[in-house]
Design a protein around this ligand. Structure first.
Ligand SMILES: [Zn+2]
Ligand SMILES: [Zn+2]
Ligand SMILES: [Zn+2]
Length: 352
């Protein structure tokens, strides 16, 4: 996930502006996808943000397979090996409550904000860590979908994610060099000029380019620091190298694109090396039953491990189908699981 979107300072809003606040931050739900579609249509090419029968074009850094099946959440897991491959901010905004999850986060953060500031000023890392652990734990309890569908049912994943989020934040906030870079970014954001366009989202002026450059510098330095400090190794998604940084860029671009003219949107995307293209799904698929929840998963015939989008479990497809001895339901076991209650009849089923 793009973890730092939550901390970036929102730019000042013109009075009465109803538009979301991009900062690299996830703006409230609604609007973004629509505005993007509108922008893309104006440009006379296929939509940058295609409907759900389309899939974001990206290759799995782990096994090299192209992403071929659409995802119902913003988390794109490889159709073959179940690795996290990308984060689709369009999906995060479409019909989800990402706006709500951000609101909840800020709500939880507000009461401890003063204590955080004091702890940071006093160099009290322990206290800072403890305060953030409380905030992230409460946040994931209320909004597990904010990080990944895997956080829904997997307590170990959720705990790992809390630790990862906390350590990332602590590492970043107690580093003088990173704080300076963050400050530069915020200064560039506040220098942006916003141009009203009636009912359309306001446009930004050329000030967006220094913002993009500052953001890149800040994120690159942050991820180098996180890697050196061993924090990236805590990622419970075990994201392949480069993916978390790419997700930051993706989030950043997709938050700002509604406020850019189509040509500038293209320039921003290509500057960060992001393909904005979506391809239409046209591959044979096999329906397989998730043993964890009974969901009929749409999978590729060649899949080995897939993440169930209904319950978030990593399902071991290569391990083969097992049948419930009580009701005969054919299910696939989640990876590492050898016994589970049959999702159809609840009878204890053993992996065969
Ligand atoms: Zn893969
Ligand atoms: Zn499932
Ligand atoms: Zn059964």
């Amino acid at each position: 996930m793009a973890r730092f979107r939550l901390r970036a300072a929102p730019p000042p809003q013109p009075a009465g502006a109803a538009q979301p606040q991009p900062t690299g931050a996830a703006p409230p739900q609604g609007g973004i996808g629509e505005s993007l579609t509108r922008l893309a249509q104006t440009a006379g090419r296929p939509s940058l943000f295609a409907p759900s029968a389309f899939v974001k074009r990206v290759d799995c850094p782990q096994c090299g397979a192209p992403k071929q099946l659409p995802s119902t959440t913003a988390y794109l897991y490889c159709d073959h090996c179940g690795s996290l491959v990308d984060y689709d901010f369009r999906a995060a905004n479409a019909g989800s409550n990402s706006g709500l999850t951000n609101t909840v986060f800020h709500h939880l953060l507000a009461p401890v904000q003063v204590h955080l500031r004091l702890a940071r000023a006093a160099g009290d890392v322990g206290r800072y860590r403890q305060l953030y652990a409380g905030v992230y734990a409460a946040w994931l309890r209320e909004c597990p979908q904010a990080v990944s569908p895997r956080a829904r049912n997997d307590e170990q994943f959720r705990d790992g994610m809390i630790r990862y989020l906390v350590e990332s934040t602590v590492c970043k906030d107690f580093d003088a060099e990173l704080s300076a870079l963050e400050q530069h970014l915020n200064i560039a954001i506040s220098a942006l000029r916003r141009i009203p366009r009636g009912a359309e989202p306001w446009l930004v002026d050329v000030g967006i380019w220094p913002v993009a450059e500052r953001f890149r510098q800040f994120m690159e330095a942050t991820y180098l620091r996180l890697e050196a400090a061993g924090v990236l190794a805590l990622d419970p998604d075990e994201s392949p190298p480069g993916i978390p940084l790419r997700m930051e860029y993706s989030t950043f671009c997709q938050a700002w694109i509604p406020h850019l003219l189509p040509a500038d949107a293209e320039r921003l995307l290509s500057g960060f090396g992001l393909h904005a293209e979506y391809t239409q799904v046209a591959v044979p698929t096999v329906s397989r039953c998730c043993g964890g929840c009974g969901n009929a998963m749409v999978t590729l015939p060649t899949a080995r491990v897939v993440v169930c989008e209904a319950c978030g479990r990593r399902v071991d497809v290569a391990g083969g189908e097992c049948s419930c001895r009580s009701c005969g339901a054919l299910i696939y076991f989640p990876a590492g699981v050898t016994r589970l209650p049959c999702p159809a009849c609840r009878a204890l089923t053993l992996r065969t």
